[in-house]
Design a protein around this ligand. Structure first.
Ligand SMILES: Cc1cc2nc3c(=O)[nH]c(=O)nc-3n(C[C@H](O)[C@H](O)[C@H](O)COP(=O)(O)OP(=O)(O)OC[C@H]3O[C@@H](n4cnc5c(N)ncnc54)[C@H](O)[C@@H]3O)c2cc1C
Length: 486
């Protein structure tokens, strides 16, 4: 009998197993495919590798920085995917090697074994694992973590064939850069792949968006900055458009959209990427028989990572609250600490940070204006345009801005959005400050490195305190500094 059985070796399951190992527990992980899940494969790491390479390529091709690639660069989809596979393999080898080492017990008795195959519950304390060769093994444990993740949603009526009409699971199998591609869905994943293909400049990209604007969960100024940059790069956004049909005709993809005015348009492209959300992998796990409840969207019902069966916990995308690697890992670790009696501090979902790998990069932590308004939290907001920031000027990358939200009455920091290069690194300090309950004064008094992007955040804090170096009276009319409230 194992102390813990983890179903799924993606970020949630792997992190849960490692935390249980720290506590000297005997752990078995069941994985049907490759260790790392969507955190690595056809997911976070692979898409970010594509994004970085596409950015490098776009930068190298830029004609506004004094150097020129005479005759251009050689690039092919095959070369790109070779690099992506190398990156994915590098990370997966690390995870696999660690598992090999931890297969033998350590001084505290901690051991982690991996069993390859598809797992499903046959009783509240036992799973059956079906191996590739058809043999079946029974695994019994005292506690379980369900970390089976999610898969792309394929809406009815869209013929996803994995070749011409693909999801993020198939995109790496293109034989070449398509001449043209429609992206159905303007959420984060769709917009990230639009960025990658736009950066390489070899594919005409169309994005279909039901809403008047992309990234509907983000503030309008953030979404508009990204949309403007997309349009400058030749991406067409079919705004407020309904997809009437999408079919494969003569080896091409033909789709019909109707815009807000009721006008229909038929367009042919080489490929389609369907990116309309993800669904939890909870079917076929035998959950009904053992009383683990799932909601109407098939997500596991949890209270602080505990399912409706007390010794069975769940983490990551299978619960489908927030689909991010960092959240999956946090939940996996939290579940293990809670099940073995460590009384962990609750996960602070309000200080979560996320990155969108767009054009330019967008990173967020805490509240944005839309969320503050919905939650009826009075706030003040300071916006500083990147054109005023020395480091952006030096990088020749002055598109974008930082936007800092503070409480209306107390100057407590509520949230930050950074739109521009190094956005992901810039939010980290503020994530920590929000976690600590810090104020605008704390940002003002902290000595920042120079020249660095976080100085824009400091300038936003100072502006809200009425003591910025650059003055809103002068730069406000040009849209480079803005103070407001809501
Ligand atoms: C294209 C893309 C880009 C992304 N980019 C980012 C990003 O930049 N940043 C970020 O934070 N997040 C990103 N994400 C989201 C992130 O990848 C997921 O939130 C994260 O991987 C969820 O981790 P998980 O462990 O819950 O599930 P998964 O990573 O899905 O892992 C689940 C594992 O369980 C296994 N499994 C499922 N069912 C069974 C079974 N019955 N038996 C045995 N094994 C089973 C699967 O094979 C899989 O390995 C991205 C996702 C995609 C698709």
């Amino acid at each position: 009998m194992w102390d813990l059985c983890v179903l799924g070796a993606g970020p949630a399951g792997y992190a849960a197993a490692m935390r249980a190992h720290d506590l000297g527990k005997r752990v078995v992980i069941i994985e049907q495919d490759r260790v790392g899940g969507a955190g690595i494969h056809s997911g976070a790491l692979s898409s970010k590798t594509m994004w970085h390479l596409s950015n490098d390529y776009a930068c190298a091709c830029a004609t506004d920085r004094g150097y020129r690639a005479i005759g251009g660069f050689e690039v092919s989809y095959a070369m790109l995917i070779e690099s992506v596979r190398a990156a994915v393999k590098e990370r997966r080898d690390l995870l696999d090697r660690q598992l090999e080492r931890l297969a033998k017990p350590n001084d505290t008795g901690g051991v982690v074994n991996i069993v390859r195959g598809v797992g499903r519950f046959v009783s509240p304390n036992a799973l059956e694992v079906k191996h590739k060769d058809g043999t079946v093994e029974k695994i019994e444990a005292t506690n379980f973590v369900i970390a089976t993740g999610s898969k792309p949603r394929c809406p009815d009526g869209i013929p996803v064939d994995g070749e011409l009409v693909v999801t993020s699971d198939h995109i790496e199998s293109f034989p070449h850069f398509p001449d043209s591609m429609v992206i159905v869905g303007a959420g984060v994943i769709g917009c990230e792949y639009a960025t990658v293909f736009a950066n390489f400049g070899k594919t005409k990209i169309n994005i279909i968006d039901r809403q008047p604007r992309i990234l509907p969960f983000e503030d309008e100024d953030v979404a508009e900055e990204v949309a403007e940059n997309f349009e400058q790069a030749g991406v067409t956004i079919h705004r407020s458009s309904k997809l009437e049909s999408l079919r494969i005709v003569d080896g091409k993809v033909e789709y019909v959209i109707t815009n807000a005015g009721g006008k229909s348009e038929t367009i042919r492209v080489e490929r389609a990427l369907v990116s309309v959300g993800r669904v939890p992998n909870t079917r076929g796990l035998g959950l009904e028989q053992i009383g683990v409840e799932i909601d109407k969207n098939n997500g596991l019902v949890v209270t602080n990572t505990r399912t409706t069966v007390p010794h069975i916990w769940a983490a990551g995308d299978a619960t489908m609250d927030i689909a991010l690697v960092n959240v999956a890992e946090l939940e996996g670790r939290y579940a293990v600490e809670a099940m073995f009696g460590l009384s962990p501090r609750p996960i602070q979902y309000e200080a979560l940070s996320a990155i969108m790998f767009l054009r330019p990069e967008v990173a967020s932590v805490g509240l944005n204006e839309t969320q503050a308004k919905t939650q009826k939290i009075p706030y003040r907001v300071g916006v500083v345009g990147n054109r005023l920031v020395n480091r952006n000027i030096a990088m020749r990358a002055t598109h974008g801005f930082v936007k800092l939200l503070a409480a209306h009455d107390s100057s407590k920091i509520l949230g930050l959005r950074v739109v521009g290069p190094q956005a992901s690194s810039t939010i980290q300090g503020i994530a920590f400050l929000i976690h600590m309950g810090a104020t605008l004064e704390d940002i003002d008094h902290c000595v920042h490195p120079h020249p660095a992007i976080p100085e824009a955040v400091q300038e936003a804090a100072r502006m809200l305190l009425g003591r910025s170096v650059m003055k809103a009276d002068v730069w406000g009319p040009e849209g480079l500094l803005r103070c407001g409230e809501g």
